[in-house]
Design a protein around this ligand. Structure first.
Ligand code: GLN
Length: 539
């Protein structure tokens, strides 16, 4: 039986230090040495999952093959490791409490008082060890969301304390902190790290490895000082210096020997040196692109780039696949008007209209799509972006002037986008959309077939509304074709305009499946078409 080792990653001093990237980078290095690794994230908020959260609160909601709506860090895990995550990889306090309360209602606690310790911590522990039971993994990295000292994180830290005690050498804790630089005195300060480790100790957890985020290199004196105050060896104090791209972090962590330190502590052999040839090739192109391509990303959350994390990363991957740098022009859909659209989009090589919910910003998206359709600019519409392409075509080509999605106008007489039958009686908003991977049959003479090079694909969904098949014939007669169809339900998953240079709308979210080593074919083709458009304009 495989003995799974557990690594817990906690954070101190401040949020947003990049625990997700450090976890993903360590996982990458262990994987590159030949270990099977997965990462899971435990989030301390009460929501059952981030599916009902506004992107302004929490950034993008990432979706797995099995239809879990998860934290965006899972996107990083998949992009770095090139392996899929699942429902089990993201757990929130809400889910833990829901499970415990359901058990209590069933009478499973046999009259006992239900308490945080042991009942909540036992449920956390059970879930922390769940993926280990599958015996698929040598190492499971568990990222604990939040910052040490938060009231919400306490049950998780307590569970880590219990598990460290239980698992002994099979578990270790990496604590990530910040070493601020005081410009006035020209000094790096270790006190916040010392305090943060003290907080961990107050909760009974001695970190085994410290990773220190810093803007400036840490010298040996600083590492020795931190080691002395925090009960670790200087070699267990790892510098994590700011870099220009997150994809460089695994290389930095390798130079800092984070993987070696961790393996030694877990009593695991180092095996081979990390095999990172393809990763380094990717980085090399990323840092030395041969050309640049300008893509407008039209959406209503553009002030917060995290709301479109996977799309931005997919564009970057696709850029590298085309040896090109993709410059994203974040374009607010609410600020688009008939008067300014040419100014905003005429210099773009490609335009992507983003997913979304609700009415805000729709008019701007429709204006943008009309402009790219009429001016033959490569277009990719994702989910709501595809639905808007359908509405725009209905109104301006089919002359269905009242055409809309029933999401925006319940009383439209021309519901070209409509609620699926099974969605009509749904009352709960959480976890009830069409979620996760669904099959799709692709027509052979289409841009998407050129991209995928196969006629059968599976892509991830997250929406309630669909193309209304009642109108399909009218659309196809007028030049917008359904080139991807769900073979089981006949739902239209992809639309294209063959007369146009490259006009593709997808009901699913290709961005959830693009990784460093497997850039997504639709994005790759979109960027290729955008480069083509750029070159044709230069000529
Ligand atoms: N709001 C649309 C729907 O629910 C699109 C969702 C999305 O873009 N993810 O169908």
């Amino acid at each position: 039986m495989k003995k799974t080792k557990y690594i817990f990653v906690t954070g101190g001093v401040t949020s947003s230090l990049g625990k997700g990237i450090i976890s993903a980078s360590l996982a990458k290095l262990l994987q590159a040495r030949g270990y099977s690794v997965t990462i899971q994230k435990f989030d301390p908020y009460i929501n059952i999952d981030p599916g009902t959260l506004n992107p302004y609160e929490h950034g993008e909601c990432f979706v797995t093959d099995d239809g879990a709506e998860t934290d965006l860090d899972l996107g990083h895990y998949e992009r770095f490791l090139n392996v899929s995550t699942s429902q089990a990889n993201n757990v929130t306090t809400g889910r833990i409490y829901q499970a415990v309360i359901n058990k209590e209602r069933k009478g499973d606690y046999l009259g006992k008082t239900v308490q945080i310790i042991p009942h909540i911590t036992d449920e956390i522990k059970r879930r922390m060890k769940l993926l280990g039971k599958t015996e698929q993994y040598d190492v499971i990295i568990t990222e604990i969301g939040g910052t040490i000292g938060d009231i919400e994180s306490l049950p998780y830290i307590e569970t880590v304390r219990q598990l460290k005690w239980e698992l002994g050498q099979d578990a270790l804790v990496i604590h990530l902190t910040l070493v601020p630089y005081l410009a006035a005195s020209g000094e790096l300060k270790t006190k916040p790290t010392q305090h943060s480790v003290k907080l961990m100790l107050e909760n009974g957890v001695q970190p085994d490895v410290l990773v220190l985020r810093t803007e400036h290199p840490l010298n040996d004196d600083i590492k020795r000082k931190v080691a002395l105050f925090c009960n670790v060896k200087p070699s267990s104090v790892i510098e994590s210096i700011d870099v220009s791209t997150i994809y460089e972090v695994p290389i930095k962590m390798c130079q800092e020997k984070l993987d070696e330190t961790v393996l030694e502590k877990l009593n695991l052999p180092l095996k081979n040196k990390p095999e990172l040839t393809d990763w380094k090739k990717f980085l090399d192109i990323l840092e030395n692109p041969k050309s640049e391509v300008n893509v407008a990303l039209v959406g209503k959350y553009v002030e917060l780039h995290d709301a479109y994390k996977s799309i931005a990363e997919s564009l970057l991957h696709a850029g590298v696949a085309n040896e090109s740098k993709v410059k994203i022009h974040w374009t607010h859909s609410e600020q688009i008007t008939d008067e300014n659209i040419a100014e905003k989009l005429s210099n773009m090589d490609g335009v992507l209209v983003a997913p979304g919910f609700g009415h805000r910003g729709i008019d701007g998206k429709l204006i943008a799509i009309k402009y790219v359709r009429e001016n033959n600019i490569p277009f990719l519409g994702i989910c709501l972006g595809m639905q808007c392409a359908v509405i725009e075509f209905a109104r301006n080509v089919l002359n269905l002037h009242d055409a809309h999605s029933t999401e925006m106008n319940r009383r439209t007489t021309q519901p070209v986008i409509d609620l699926m039958e099974e969605q009509k009686n749904v009352l709960d908003m959480g976890g009830t959309m069409r979620l996760g991977a669904y099959p799709c049959r692709v027509s052979e003479s289409s841009h998407v077939f050129e991209a995928y090079k196969t006629d059968f694909i599976k892509e991830r969904h997250r929406h309630r509304y669909e193309f209304n098949n009642k109108y399909l014939k009218d659309f196809e007669n007028a030049g917008m074709i359904g080139t991807g169809v769900n073979p089981d339900t006949q739902l239209i998953e992809i639309v294209e305009i063959p007369q146009h240079k490259w006009f593709v709308g997808v009901q699913f979210h290709p961005e959830y499946k693009s990784t460093v080593l497997n850039p997504h074919p639709i994005f790759v083709e979109f960027i290729k078409a955008s480069l083509g458009h750029k070159n044709s304009r230069v000529e």
